[in-house]
Write a protein that binds this ligand. Structure first.
Ligand code: ZN
Length: 368
């Protein structure tokens, strides 16, 4: 706080207050190196290794508190750690969430930094107009996917309140576990894009191959676009199924039985007429009606058995198509799993996953 000592003007105090806010938030200001780097551009291998190991540990279920305890025991210090002390908990949290790790630039407005010492840099990514993050020129420690995976893991814990056990799904999306990574075959999980980003506004969530679930961690794809594609393909297939059984191609036996049913109706009407005309005694009428009703009951059973067998596939498919919009995610998942073995998604190559350009050729639906 040399500045505050040198000057006593309001301006100097404001600068000091800002620097203090920056220091408690762990944010390195201009000129000061960031944790993980020797200078503005070059990685500090020892600190980078600590960060990589911490990420792996967090994905396996370790808490920030555990990482902090380990680092403190090792005497780890951040560039902002006061003399004679080891790195603080807030700083550990900050350096692990720092978008700088994967090359993304974050900008935290001065007034936000002043308001709170616990600013999350992941919430303040600088984006281009097309929604892609602005990338800095420094050496990186994580890939963007690795960084997002770490953020998702940490975020899923705060949203559920109590530390979530690794591997359990936060939200079961339409294709969770149905969509698979083409590279490693792993079932995909889902995660939320960063709040405030264009990707979040546009798509909300994405599917990705999660290392913590045993996947390769190399794939992520915007959620709604993949879902729309799969839903459309499924509904097209169901419509085709519905069309294959035409009402005209009715089972001949069914036609006969239906005619019998009509005859029974007519016989009942005739019996009633005979009774009304007093040509049938009450006893005869009762016996005749009971006989006809019994025949009607067994005939109706035959009708429902016959119409249930061959025509059912078609009419069931038609019903699903008709009612699809009112289906819950669980009901849709069931219907998808009845028809689809897996949805295999291939990587778009470097940078392709974040562009928001939908490429159906990278999605393969494996039908049952
Ligand atoms: Zn994978």
């Amino acid at each position: 706080m040399t500045i505050a000592n040198k000057f006593s003007t309001d301006a100097a105090r404001r600068v000091a207050r800002q620097k203090l806010a920056e220091a408690t938030g762990g944010k390195p200001h201009k000129g000061q190196r960031a944790f993980g780097w020797k200078d503005a551009e070059h990685v500090d291998e020892w600190e980078a290794e600590l960060l990589r190991k911490a990420r792996q540990d967090v994905l396996r279920g370790a808490t920030i508190a555990t990482i902090h305890k380990e680092w403190a025991a090792m005497g780890v210090r951040s560039p902002q750690t006061p003399g004679g002390k080891t790195i603080g908990y807030t700083s550990v949290r900050y350096v692990l969430r720092n978008p700088r790790l994967c090359g993304y630039r974050a900008y935290i407005p001065q007034e936000v930094r002043e308001r709170s010492g616990r600013v999350d840099p992941a919430e303040y990514l600088v984006e281009r107009t097309d929604g892609t993050p602005v990338v800095g020129k420094w050496e990186t420690i994580f890939t963007p996917d690795e960084w997002r995976e770490l953020i998702d893991e940490l975020e899923s814990r705060t949203s559920s309140g109590t530390g979530r056990k690794k591997g359990s799904a936060v939200t079961k999306r339409l294709l969770t576990g149905i969509a698979r990574c083409a590279k490693c075959g792993g079932g995909l999980s889902s995660g939320l894009y960063q709040h405030g980003t264009t990707s979040y506004e546009k798509h909300g969530y994405y599917y990705y191959c999660r290392v913590a679930d045993g996947g390769c961690g190399k794939l992520s794809r915007s959620g709604p676009l993949v879902e729309d594609y799969v839903e459309k393909a499924l509904l097209d297939d169901l419509k085709r199924q519905a069309r294959t059984v035409k009402p005209a191609e009715e089972d001949p036996e069914l036609t006969t039985v239906k005619a019998t049913l009509k005859q029974i109706e007519a016989d009942k009407a005739e019996a009633r007429q005979l009774r009304a005309d007093d040509l049938l005694s009450l006893a005869e009428f009762a016996r005749e009606i009971r006989r006809l009703e019994e025949k009607e009951r067994t005939t109706k059973e035959t009708v429902s058995t016959l119409s249930a067998t061959p025509a059912r596939a078609g009419s069931a498919a038609a019903r699903v198509v008709r009612e699809w919009k009112s289906y819950s995610v669980d009901m849709k998942r069931q219907e998808i799993q009845r028809n689809i073995e897996a949805v295999v998604i291939s990587g778009a190559g470097k940078g392709g996953a974040q562009q928001g350009v939908f490429r159906p050729e990278l999605i393969e639906i494996v039908w049952k």
